[in-house]
Design a protein around this ligand. Structure first.
Ligand code: FE
Ligand code: FE
Ligand code: MG
Length: 172
């Protein structure tokens, strides 16, 4: 544990920060797996572009898990050691893909990103001016999650427009 590094944390209990980060850590692993498996099973119109996006996001979520784990270690905590704990600590849960159609998959993923944005903006508000280093890390992750939501929504809208065009062409 970084003694001087942790001595600059003021007005918030370090244990509280570790708890918040461990919940986010659980979210990141579940988000990683959700993207990982969605990328495998997704089908339908323009699903190739979805595959690229989902694979990129999976890699980002795993990188976030790493950033959060490293910060937990710096604070003197221990990242969750058992995957079973992901389900008891998660804020955003895990959405098992039931419908593999690209629009259904994107819809699940968008909801997950919206939850991640709420989670990180909450941690940012709690740590602002109190734990600058955690604040900086969660702000970086938050920016990625905002980009993720935007990428998925843009793709969703493109595919939806394309489907509408095809329908109106068929009708003549
Ligand atoms: Fe993430
Ligand atoms: Fe994300
Ligand atoms: Mg993206």
């Amino acid at each position: 544990m970084a003694k001087r590094g942790n001595s600059i944390i003021k007005g918030i209990e370090i244990d509280e920060v570790i708890k918040l980060l461990n919940r986010a850590y659980a979210d990141e692993w579940l988000a990683y797996y959700q993207y990982y498996i969605e990328e495998k099973v997704v089908t339908g119109i323009m699903s190739k572009s979805a595959v690229t996006e989902l694979a990129e996001h999976a890699a980002d979520e795993l990188r976030h898990a790493d950033m959060v784990a490293n910060r937990i270690m710096q604070l003197g905590g221990t990242p969750l050691l058992n995957p079973k704990d992901w389900f008891t600590h998660t804020n955003c849960g895990y959405e098992e893909p039931k419908n593999f159609d690209v629009l259904a998959i994107l819809d699940d993923a968008i909801k997950g990103e919206q939850c991640a944005i709420s989670t990180y903006s909450n941690i940012a508000e709690i740590t602002r001016d109190k734990d600058i280093v955690t604040y900086d890390i969660v702000s970086q992750i938050l920016a990625d999650e905002v980009e993720h939501e935007e990428d998925l929504q843009a793709l969703y809208d493109d595919i939806n427009d394309f489907v509408d065009q095809v329908k109106s062409t068929i009708k003549g």
